[in-house]
Design a protein. Structure first.
Length: 249
Protein backbone atom coordinates (compact mmCIF):
# COMPACT_ATOMS: atom_id res chain seq x y z
CA UNK A 1 0.00 0.00 0.00
CA UNK A 2 1.04 3.58 -0.43
CA UNK A 3 1.79 4.15 3.25
CA UNK A 4 1.00 1.33 5.66
CA UNK A 5 1.43 3.68 8.62
CA UNK A 6 -1.19 6.15 7.40
CA UNK A 7 -3.55 4.56 4.94
CA UNK A 8 -6.67 6.22 3.62
CA UNK A 9 -9.67 4.19 4.82
CA UNK A 10 -13.33 4.64 3.86
CA UNK A 11 -15.84 3.08 6.25
CA UNK A 12 -19.42 3.21 5.01
CA UNK A 13 -22.22 3.36 7.54
CA UNK A 14 -19.91 4.61 10.28
CA UNK A 15 -22.41 6.66 12.31
CA UNK A 16 -22.50 4.10 15.10
CA UNK A 17 -22.36 0.46 16.08
CA UNK A 18 -19.98 -1.78 14.15
CA UNK A 19 -19.10 0.98 11.67
CA UNK A 20 -18.00 3.33 14.45
CA UNK A 21 -15.91 0.59 16.06
CA UNK A 22 -14.25 -0.15 12.72
CA UNK A 23 -13.43 3.51 12.15
CA UNK A 24 -11.98 3.76 15.65
CA UNK A 25 -9.87 0.65 15.13
CA UNK A 26 -8.26 1.97 11.95
CA UNK A 27 -7.69 5.42 13.46
CA UNK A 28 -6.03 3.91 16.52
CA UNK A 29 -3.58 2.21 14.16
CA UNK A 30 -2.57 5.54 12.63
CA UNK A 31 -4.78 5.47 9.53
CA UNK A 32 -6.83 8.39 8.18
CA UNK A 33 -10.52 7.56 8.07
CA UNK A 34 -13.42 8.82 5.97
CA UNK A 35 -16.53 8.41 8.12
CA UNK A 36 -19.50 7.86 5.82
CA UNK A 37 -23.12 8.50 6.70
CA UNK A 38 -26.38 8.71 4.79
CA UNK A 39 -28.60 10.75 7.13
CA UNK A 40 -27.31 10.57 10.72
CA UNK A 41 -24.95 13.53 10.52
CA UNK A 42 -24.77 14.21 14.26
CA UNK A 43 -23.97 10.58 15.03
CA UNK A 44 -21.33 10.52 12.28
CA UNK A 45 -19.81 13.71 13.69
CA UNK A 46 -19.63 11.98 17.07
CA UNK A 47 -17.74 9.11 15.43
CA UNK A 48 -15.36 11.58 13.82
CA UNK A 49 -14.78 13.32 17.15
CA UNK A 50 -13.98 9.99 18.81
CA UNK A 51 -11.17 9.09 16.42
CA UNK A 52 -7.54 9.20 17.45
CA UNK A 53 -5.11 11.12 15.30
CA UNK A 54 -5.83 13.67 12.59
CA UNK A 55 -6.74 13.93 8.93
CA UNK A 56 -10.12 12.22 9.26
CA UNK A 57 -13.13 13.45 7.27
CA UNK A 58 -16.90 13.09 7.02
CA UNK A 59 -18.46 12.01 3.72
CA UNK A 60 -22.21 11.95 3.07
CA UNK A 61 -24.40 10.14 0.57
CA UNK A 62 -27.10 7.54 0.04
CA UNK A 63 -25.05 4.82 -1.62
CA UNK A 64 -28.19 3.19 -3.03
CA UNK A 65 -27.97 5.99 -5.60
CA UNK A 66 -25.16 5.14 -8.07
CA UNK A 67 -24.16 8.78 -8.49
CA UNK A 68 -24.06 9.28 -4.74
CA UNK A 69 -21.92 6.15 -4.30
CA UNK A 70 -19.40 7.55 -6.78
CA UNK A 71 -19.47 10.92 -5.00
CA UNK A 72 -18.83 9.26 -1.63
CA UNK A 73 -15.71 7.52 -2.94
CA UNK A 74 -14.50 10.67 -4.70
CA UNK A 75 -14.98 12.72 -1.52
CA UNK A 76 -13.03 10.14 0.49
CA UNK A 77 -10.20 10.17 -2.05
CA UNK A 78 -10.12 13.95 -2.02
CA UNK A 79 -10.38 14.32 1.74
CA UNK A 80 -7.82 11.65 2.58
CA UNK A 81 -5.43 12.27 -0.29
CA UNK A 82 -6.01 8.77 -1.64
CA UNK A 83 -7.75 5.54 -0.73
CA UNK A 84 -6.14 2.27 0.33
CA UNK A 85 -8.92 0.45 2.19
CA UNK A 86 -12.69 0.31 1.81
CA UNK A 87 -14.99 -1.28 4.36
CA UNK A 88 -18.48 -1.90 3.01
CA UNK A 89 -20.37 -1.75 6.29
CA UNK A 90 -23.44 0.34 5.41
CA UNK A 91 -26.61 -1.74 5.56
CA UNK A 92 -30.36 -1.31 5.64
CA UNK A 93 -32.49 -3.55 7.85
CA UNK A 94 -36.27 -3.84 7.51
CA UNK A 95 -38.58 -6.45 9.00
CA UNK A 96 -40.83 -7.98 6.35
CA UNK A 97 -41.88 -11.53 7.26
CA UNK A 98 -43.76 -12.85 4.26
CA UNK A 99 -46.94 -14.07 6.04
CA UNK A 100 -47.49 -10.67 7.68
CA UNK A 101 -46.32 -8.24 4.99
CA UNK A 102 -48.35 -6.60 2.24
CA UNK A 103 -47.11 -7.00 -1.31
CA UNK A 104 -46.39 -3.27 -1.53
CA UNK A 105 -44.35 -3.33 1.69
CA UNK A 106 -42.59 -6.49 0.52
CA UNK A 107 -41.52 -4.74 -2.68
CA UNK A 108 -40.38 -1.64 -0.80
CA UNK A 109 -38.29 -3.67 1.64
CA UNK A 110 -36.54 -5.63 -1.09
CA UNK A 111 -35.86 -2.53 -3.19
CA UNK A 112 -34.32 -0.60 -0.31
CA UNK A 113 -32.36 -3.44 1.28
CA UNK A 114 -30.86 -4.66 -1.99
CA UNK A 115 -30.29 -1.07 -3.09
CA UNK A 116 -28.06 -0.29 -0.11
CA UNK A 117 -26.62 -3.67 0.85
CA UNK A 118 -25.81 -5.00 -2.62
CA UNK A 119 -25.94 -2.29 -5.30
CA UNK A 120 -24.47 0.31 -2.94
CA UNK A 121 -21.62 -1.93 -1.84
CA UNK A 122 -20.95 -3.03 -5.42
CA UNK A 123 -20.77 0.54 -6.69
CA UNK A 124 -18.55 1.73 -3.82
CA UNK A 125 -16.25 -1.23 -4.46
CA UNK A 126 -16.18 -0.46 -8.19
CA UNK A 127 -15.24 3.17 -7.76
CA UNK A 128 -12.67 2.45 -5.06
CA UNK A 129 -11.08 -0.41 -6.99
CA UNK A 130 -10.76 1.72 -10.12
CA UNK A 131 -8.97 4.36 -8.05
CA UNK A 132 -6.64 1.71 -6.61
CA UNK A 133 -5.89 0.25 -10.04
CA UNK A 134 -5.25 3.64 -11.64
CA UNK A 135 -2.87 4.63 -8.84
CA UNK A 136 -1.12 1.28 -8.50
CA UNK A 137 -2.35 0.68 -4.96
CA UNK A 138 -2.38 -2.84 -3.52
CA UNK A 139 -5.53 -1.98 -1.63
CA UNK A 140 -8.03 -3.90 0.43
CA UNK A 141 -11.82 -4.17 0.30
CA UNK A 142 -13.59 -5.74 3.27
CA UNK A 143 -17.32 -6.44 3.24
CA UNK A 144 -19.36 -6.72 6.43
CA UNK A 145 -21.75 -9.57 5.72
CA UNK A 146 -23.72 -11.67 8.17
CA UNK A 147 -24.23 -15.20 9.45
CA UNK A 148 -27.80 -14.60 8.26
CA UNK A 149 -26.53 -15.31 4.75
CA UNK A 150 -26.19 -18.95 5.86
CA UNK A 151 -28.52 -19.35 8.83
CA UNK A 152 -31.47 -17.59 7.23
CA UNK A 153 -33.44 -14.51 8.24
CA UNK A 154 -37.15 -15.46 8.29
CA UNK A 155 -38.23 -12.04 9.49
CA UNK A 156 -35.90 -10.20 7.12
CA UNK A 157 -35.42 -12.38 4.03
CA UNK A 158 -34.13 -9.52 1.87
CA UNK A 159 -31.42 -8.84 4.45
CA UNK A 160 -30.26 -12.47 4.47
CA UNK A 161 -30.29 -12.59 0.68
CA UNK A 162 -28.38 -9.32 0.45
CA UNK A 163 -25.62 -10.60 2.73
CA UNK A 164 -25.32 -13.82 0.75
CA UNK A 165 -24.93 -11.67 -2.37
CA UNK A 166 -22.35 -9.52 -0.61
CA UNK A 167 -20.26 -12.57 0.32
CA UNK A 168 -20.43 -13.78 -3.29
CA UNK A 169 -19.54 -10.34 -4.59
CA UNK A 170 -16.44 -10.31 -2.40
CA UNK A 171 -15.30 -13.67 -3.71
CA UNK A 172 -15.85 -12.66 -7.32
CA UNK A 173 -13.93 -9.43 -6.81
CA UNK A 174 -11.11 -11.27 -5.05
CA UNK A 175 -10.52 -13.23 -8.25
CA UNK A 176 -11.03 -10.23 -10.54
CA UNK A 177 -8.81 -7.83 -8.58
CA UNK A 178 -6.12 -10.23 -7.44
CA UNK A 179 -3.91 -9.56 -10.48
CA UNK A 180 -3.76 -5.91 -9.37
CA UNK A 181 -2.65 -6.83 -5.85
CA UNK A 182 -6.02 -5.88 -4.36
CA UNK A 183 -7.33 -8.22 -1.68
CA UNK A 184 -11.06 -8.64 -1.05
CA UNK A 185 -12.61 -10.52 1.86
CA UNK A 186 -15.68 -10.50 4.07
CA UNK A 187 -16.65 -10.97 7.70
CA UNK A 188 -19.91 -12.68 8.68
CA UNK A 189 -20.89 -11.52 12.17
CA UNK A 190 -23.69 -12.96 14.24
CA UNK A 191 -25.68 -10.78 16.63
CA UNK A 192 -23.60 -7.86 17.89
CA UNK A 193 -24.37 -5.56 20.82
CA UNK A 194 -25.40 -2.37 19.01
CA UNK A 195 -28.24 0.08 19.51
CA UNK A 196 -29.82 -1.03 16.23
CA UNK A 197 -30.58 -4.54 17.50
CA UNK A 198 -30.77 -3.86 21.23
CA UNK A 199 -34.47 -4.83 21.37
CA UNK A 200 -33.65 -8.21 19.79
CA UNK A 201 -30.93 -9.29 22.25
CA UNK A 202 -32.90 -11.66 24.46
CA UNK A 203 -31.41 -14.39 26.64
CA UNK A 204 -32.40 -16.86 23.93
CA UNK A 205 -30.30 -14.97 21.39
CA UNK A 206 -27.32 -14.84 23.75
CA UNK A 207 -27.61 -18.56 24.40
CA UNK A 208 -27.17 -19.29 20.70
CA UNK A 209 -23.43 -19.04 21.36
CA UNK A 210 -21.71 -21.49 23.73
CA UNK A 211 -19.98 -18.41 25.12
CA UNK A 212 -23.35 -17.22 26.39
CA UNK A 213 -23.22 -13.75 24.87
CA UNK A 214 -23.23 -11.80 21.63
CA UNK A 215 -20.27 -10.03 20.03
CA UNK A 216 -19.03 -6.58 20.96
CA UNK A 217 -18.55 -4.21 18.02
CA UNK A 218 -14.83 -4.10 18.68
CA UNK A 219 -14.53 -7.83 18.10
CA UNK A 220 -15.96 -7.46 14.61
CA UNK A 221 -13.69 -4.46 14.04
CA UNK A 222 -10.65 -6.56 14.95
CA UNK A 223 -11.56 -9.12 12.30
CA UNK A 224 -12.03 -6.38 9.70
CA UNK A 225 -8.70 -4.81 10.62
CA UNK A 226 -6.94 -8.14 10.16
CA UNK A 227 -8.48 -8.75 6.73
CA UNK A 228 -7.44 -5.23 5.68
CA UNK A 229 -3.85 -5.75 6.79
CA UNK A 230 -0.94 -6.56 4.48
CA UNK A 231 -0.50 -9.86 6.34
CA UNK A 232 -3.96 -11.03 5.26
CA UNK A 233 -3.42 -10.93 1.51
CA UNK A 234 -3.55 -14.74 1.37
CA UNK A 235 -6.99 -14.59 2.97
CA UNK A 236 -8.36 -12.79 -0.08
CA UNK A 237 -11.64 -14.43 -1.05
CA UNK A 238 -12.35 -15.63 2.48
CA UNK A 239 -15.55 -15.17 4.45
CA UNK A 240 -14.56 -15.07 8.12
CA UNK A 241 -17.25 -16.14 10.58
CA UNK A 242 -17.38 -13.90 13.67
CA UNK A 243 -20.31 -15.42 15.52
CA UNK A 244 -18.95 -17.07 18.66
CA UNK A 245 -19.75 -20.57 17.33
CA UNK A 246 -23.44 -19.68 17.26
CA UNK A 247 -23.63 -21.04 13.73
CA UNK A 248 -21.16 -23.47 12.19
CA UNK A 249 -20.85 -24.37 8.52
Amino acid sequence: MSDERARGVLVTGASGGIGRAIAQRFASGGDRVAVHYASRKDAAAATLESLEGSGHVLVEGDIADPDAAATVVAAAVDGLGGLDVVVNNAAHIARHPLPETSYADWQAAWQRVIGVNVFGAANVAYCAARHMIEHGKAGRIVNVGSRGAYRGEPGMPAYGASKAALHSLGQSLAVSLGPYGIGVASVAPGFTATERVADMLSDTVREQSPLGRVAEPGEVASAVAYLASPEAVWSSGAVLDVNGASYLR
